[in-house]
Ligand binder design. Structure first.
Ligand code: F6R
Length: 261
C-alpha cells in the first residue's frame, strides 16, 4: 500500500487524475471502476477538462460503478446514475454502451448482481478501481462486518452512512436503507486500487484502514492485502496517521525511476 499525502484535496485529486489518465492512455480499452460521493468530484472534473482539451480519449474505455441505491429511479437527483451522468459521463466521450451501474430498480436483485459480476469478468476485469472511504471505513457500500470475500449483492446501510449521505436528499428519511454494491472480493480483484479520502472527518477511518489490523470491522483495511493499492490523502484525512512523516518523506524522495506521477 502506497500512502501519498498532499496538502490539499485538489493536489491529491490532480495526482489521481494523472494516474487515471496514464492508465487510459497506455491502455485505451481500460476497464475503470468508479465511485460516487463528494470525494471523486474534483478528479472527475479534471478528467473532463483533460478530455475537453483534447488530451484524453475515453472512446474505448469501459466503466463499472461500485454501487447504487435500491429503489431510486436513475433520474432521481440523488441516484448514482444521475451523479455519474452529471459529473462525468456527459462531459467525456465514453460510449453509453460501455457504462455499467448497478440497477437499483432491478426486479430480480440477485440475478442482476450475478449478471453484474459476469459483465465485469467478460470485460476482462477492472484495471483501475477508484474508491472513496466511508467515515465508518466502508468501501463501496460494504459496511463494517461485510464478508471480506463478498461479491456484488444487496446490502443494508448503517444509520451512520444514511445520515452521512442525507445531504444528497431532501430529508434524512428519504435515504434508502438498501443498496447494491460490488463486494470486497470484487474490489480486491481489480488490478489497481486508488483510494481517495479527504478531510478530518475521514481521519479515523483512514488511520484504521492504513495502520490498523485487517478486519471486516473496517472494510478499508482489506486494501492492506492488495498488491497494488495507492491511498491519496489530504492533510486532514492523514492527521491521525502515526507514520505520516514517513509517508511524506518516502513520496518526496522516490528514486527517479519510481516517480510515475
Ligand atoms: C460511493 C461509494 C462510497 C463513498 C463513501 C464516501 O460510490 O462507494 O463508498 O465513496 O461513502 O463518500 P463521500 O465521498 O461522499 O464522503
Amino acid at each position: 500500500m502506497e500512502v501519498i499525502i498532499l496538502p490539499t484535496a485538489e493536489e491529491a485529486s490532480e495526482v489521481a487524475a494523472r494516474l487515471v489518465a496514464r492508465q487510459v492512455r497506455e491502455k485505451p480499452q481500460s476497464v475503470l471502476g468508479l465511485a460516487t460521493g463528494s470525494t471523486p468530484c474534483k478528479l472527475y472534473d479534471l478528467l473532463a477538462r483533460m478530455h475537453r482539451d483534447g488530451d484524453l480519449d475515453f472512446s474505448k474505455t469501459t466503466s463499472f460503478n461500485l454501487d447504487e441505491y435500491v429503489g431510486l429511479d436513475p433520474v432521481h437527483p440523488a441516484s448514482y446514475h444521475h451523479f455519474m451522468e452529471k459529473n462525468l459521463f456527459s462531459l467525456i466521450n465514453i460510449p453509453q454502451g460501455h457504462i455499467h451501474i448497478p440497477d437499483g430498480l432491478a426486479a430480480d436483485v440477485p440475478a442482476h448482481c450475478t449478471a453484474y459480476e459476469k459483465a465485469i469478468r467478460e470485460a476482462g476485469g477492472i484495471d483501475l478501481q477508484i474508491l472513496g472511504l466511508g467515515s465508518d471505513g466502508h468501501l463501496g457500500f460494504n459496511e463494517p462486518g461485510s464478508s471480506l470475500a463478498s461479491r456484488t449483492r444487496i446490502k443494508t446501510l448503517t444509520e451512520r452512512t444514511r445520515s452521512d449521505n442525507a445531504r444528497f436528499f431532501a430529508d434524512c428519511g428519504e435515504v434508502p436503507h438498501h443498496v447494491i454494491t460490488m463486494g470486497l472480493g470484487t474490489i480486491m480483484e481489480s488490478r489497481m486500487c486508488l483510494l481517495l479520502a479527504f478531510g478530518e472527518g475521514k481521519a479515523h477511518a483512514v488511520a484504521q484502514s492504513v495502520e490498523g489490523p485487517v478486519t471486516a470491522s473496517v472494510p478499508g483495511s482489506l486494501l492492506q492485502f492488495h498488491p497494488h493499492a495507492k491511498v491519496l490523502l489530504d492533510a486532514g484525512a492523514a492527521s491521525l496517521l502515526a507514520r505520516a512523516d514517513y509517508y511524506r518523506w518516502v513520496y518526496k524522495n522516490k528514486p527517479e525511476w519510481q516517480t510515475d506521477l
